[in-house]
Design a protein around this ligand. Structure first.
Ligand SMILES: Cc1ncc(COP(=O)(O)O)c(C=O)c1O
Length: 409
């Protein structure tokens, strides 16, 4: 769905920049609008579409923020983050990833999203290309288009574990390629690249000096047994071409605090600093103080979070296994299951007049009172993304309702 519905149209032509014609409202907007319509009528809908954990931000992190307010740490800070936060980010990278960064190779921002957007804005010109694997996080393509560049989407399949292969990557590279985005654990599939798989992809990228690598590691700690590897750890020789992005949104259930960070070559971090200084300046000083506490303390809460999440993931997988013609690959990380529904649409769906994943998502809101996100939002139609980041009993009940709705009687 393109964002061509600003009204009145004459105003649009008169006032909006041409670049606004290159981006769309997310295909999830239609589903969200249906949810709101039901809620306005007082009908309860369970939202399994939301990309955020239902857990509370850990107490020690929230306490650090309260103390920062009491200390009146409520003023502008350095654009790229306080010295204490940069030190905590350095400690995190050393401890978890065996990566050593100096303070001027690090920048904090209002979410990983801002780092990624600014990285594209700082480096891309019209006609440049960025390779992303589908299914992809919904924001990558539009962020790329806003800069005037073009996303080059390489499709992956469940049989390939939803991962980019070196062959497919090599075929997608052109003289215009400026970035390859690698997101692991991935949204919306939960796929995790092994160190060997990353090494093979980096081997393809390495001979092309104009190509940068964006490692989106935002789901790093949310893994169910798989080890974690990040591109720079594997290819330290590509240090001048890798931007590693992370944040506390998913690791510490802090989506609303808006605190992400990036580490990469000095020239790129300096450019991000300039962009940020002329737009939003530093991320919230309170959120920075909270992130210091989050990154410095060992995540003792994580084991119990992961046990809860793994049990929820299995509830969703069991539900899918019980619906004829639906299937899903068991995700290794994050908190999403990417469910294949095209066979269901061709059979049961047809008898119900449902043609696409968007139709199905809409219908599930009506019949099962559950919101999911259609796979087309992630560049992979014929699927639904189910986020299992809601209370376990609520999830169980929602899954029962989805199964009942989807199973022909
Ligand atoms: C793959 C991926 N990258 C980045 C982000 C942005 O995270 P943040 O909340 O830090 O902006 C998200 C959020 O959903 C995501 O799924």
């Amino acid at each position: 769905m393109k964002n061509n519905d600003f009204s009145p149209p004459s105003r649009q032509a008169l006032h909006l920049a041409k670049r606004m014609g290159r981006v769309g409202t997310s295909p999830t907007a239609a589903v969200s609008e249906r949810v709101r319509a039901f809620q306005r009528d007082g009908i309860e809908i369970t939202n399994l579409g939301e990309g955020e954990l239902d857990f509370a931000t850990p107490d020690h992190v929230a306490d650090a923020a309260k103390q920062a307010i009491d200390r009146h740490e409520t003023k502008y800070t350095a654009v790229a983050g306080t010295a204490a936060l940069k030190e905590a980010i350095r400690t995190k990278f050393r401890r978890d990833n065996e990566l050593d960064f100096s303070a001027d190779e690090i920048i904090a921002a209002s979410g990983a999203k801002q780092i990624i957007f600014n990285a594209f804005l700082a480096t891309l010109d019209a006609g440049d290309q960025v390779i992303i694997a589908a299914p992809y996080w919904v924001s990558y393509p539009d962020m790329i288009r806003l800069t005037g560049a073009d996303p080059v989407v390489v499709s992956t399949t469940a049989d390939q574990g939803w991962k980019l292969t070196p062959d497919a990557l090599a075929k997608a590279i052109t003289p215009h390629t400026r970035w390859v985005v690698l997101n692991s654990p991935g949204n919306p599939t939960g796929a995790i690249y092994t160190a060997a798989e990353l090494a093979a992809l980096l081997e393809v990228i390495s001979p092309h000096p104009q190509i940068l690598v964006l490692a989106d590691d935002i789901y790093e700690p949310l893994r169910y047994g798989m080890p974690f590897a990040t591109p720079l750890q594997i290819r330290p020789d590509l240090r001048d071409r890798i931007l590693t992005v992370n944040g506390v949104s998913k690791s510490h259930a802090m989506t609303g605090w808006r605190l992400g960070y990036g580490a990469g070559p000095r020239w790129l971090i300096a450019a991000l600093d300039i962009l940020q200084s002329q737009s939003t300046s530093n991320p919230s000083s309170i959120s920075q103080a909270a992130a210091v506490a989050a990154l410095n303390a060992p995540p003792i809460f994580l084991q119990s979070w992961l046990e809860t999440l793994a049990a929820r993931r299995d509830i969703v997988l069991d539900m899918i296994a019980g619906i004829p013609s639906c299937s899903a690959r068991r995700p290794d990380g994050a908190f999403y299951v990417f469910m294949a529904v095209s066979k269901w649409l061709a059979t049961t769906g047809q008898t119900l007049g449902l043609k696409t994943d968007v139709d199905m998502a809409s219908w599930l809101i009506e019949t099962a009172r559950v919101a999911t996100v259609p796979g087309s939002a992630f560049g992979t139609p014929g699927h639904l993304r189910i986020a299992y980041a809601v209370e376990t009993q609520v999830l169980r009940d929602s899954c029962e309702r989805i199964k009942a709705a989807c199973t022909p009687r």
